[in-house]
Ligand binder design. Structure first.
Ligand SMILES: [Zn+2]
Length: 185
């Protein structure tokens, strides 16, 4: 929790959830960041440059703003694009043919250069920009929830970050509402 954004950069924006009324920061300190990176399958041990906590907070704020701009089909700020380009400039896809004798396959592996979390997030953001539909970028329908997501569903009708966190709460509220109306009748 919570990797529900549909793309890693949105999961990164979602690292400030409000759980039971308390605002959390899932990358707020070094150990929290390490945990989040592990859950996100980002390799940090071999990094030649560690992530700078202040730079990550700044990147997250810029990407949160970018989410709303993309959703509204507004242009992205030039300094965000410059930041992303800077972060991904030395990362690359390495391709390797793997021949097992029975099958032959092309393996692709992304090699990140620079601070591992920032580089991975920037890479996924850049990939995302190449192929998305703006109307699929949405905030969770629960006004008390800060989560946002990219709806990959065929019908584009997802309303909640998760059914368990917000969808069920809404169902319970609707049920109570109907009961209250029934009693009033
Ligand atoms: Zn929610």
């Amino acid at each position: 929790m919570p990797f529900l954004g549909g793309s890693l950069w949105i999961d990164f924006v979602n690292t400030t959830p409000v759980i039971k009324g308390t605002a959390l920061d899932l990358i707020g300190d070094a150990s929290a960041l390490e945990r989040w990176a592990r859950q996100a399958n980002i390799e940090t041990a071999l990094a030649n440059a560690p992530d700078d906590p202040a730079a990550l907070q700044d990147l997250r704020a810029q990407l949160a703003d970018a989410f709303d701009r993309l959703a509204a089909s507004k242009p992205l700020p030039g300094d965000l694009i410059a930041t992303i380009n800077h972060l991904i400039q030395h990362s690359a896809i390495r391709r390797r043919i793997v021949d097992t004798g029975d099958t032959i396959a092309l393996n692709e592996h992304v090699e990140f250069a620079g601070p591992p979390v920032a580089s991975a997030v920037a890479w996924h953001f850049a990939q995302f920009l190449g192929n998305y539909e703006h109307q699929r970028l949405r905030h969770c329908d629960n006004p008390a929830c800060t989560m946002q997501f990219y709806d990959v569903g065929k019908n584009n009708r997802r309303r909640w970050c998760t059914m368990a966190l917000c969808g069920n709460r809404d169902k319970v509220a609707q049920y109570r509402g109907r009961k209250a109306v029934a009693r009033a009748d």
